[in-house]
Design a protein. Structure first.
Length: 163
């Protein structure tokens, strides 16, 4: 059986580049020392959305928290997003992160993400969604709303966000 090879391909528009696979992206390990490119790639196809400003922001969050961040979901190809039932206008089709809250104070993660300029926030019971799309927020469920409202040690930050 012949070995499969990846065809080097990328779609470009201004500074936006979508690589057909994360191994083709020019990852800068010195600039983003706490992450590997596959963490941001589509888990099904390996498609990779190149957005250095986004990577800078999540590296700043990681640095501020002082401990590892586990990314549950990042970029999704159009087809993968559709197959898993993702929202049709999901920011994951560009680049968005679902950050695991395991081992983290949820409010510290939220505060660090806001401080670096993430604008879209989805509140879930076990993870926090962040993106750089339009400014908005939502709760994944009633349980998530209760979870985030309990012990809001940012003194009403969630209520201010809702206003």
């Amino acid at each position: 059986m012949a070995a499969l090879s990846r065809q080097a391909s990328a779609w470009r528009s201004n500074s936006l580049v979508i690589y057909s696979h994360w191994t083709l992206a020019p990852w800068d390990a010195k600039r983003w020392p706490n992450f590997l490119p596959h963490e941001f790639a589509c888990p099904e196809s390996g498609e990779f959305y190149w957005w250095p400003e986004f990577f800078d922001k999540i590296q700043a969050v990681r640095t501020a928290l002082g401990k590892p961040i586990v990314i549950n979901s990042a970029h999704r190809s159009f087809w993968y997003n559709q197959r898993i039932g993702g929202a049709p206008r999901s920011e994951h089709k560009k680049l968005a992160l679902d950050i695991s809250l395991h081992g983290h104070n949820r409010f510290h993660v939220l505060s660090a993400c806001r401080a670096v300029g993430f604008t879209g926030t989805g509140y879930y019971s076990t993870w926090l969604h962040v993106d750089m799309g339009r400014k908005r927020f939502w709760y994944g469920s009633k349980q998530a709303r209760r979870y985030w409202a309990a012990n809001d040690n940012l003194k009403g930050t969630l209520k201010k966000r809702a206003a």
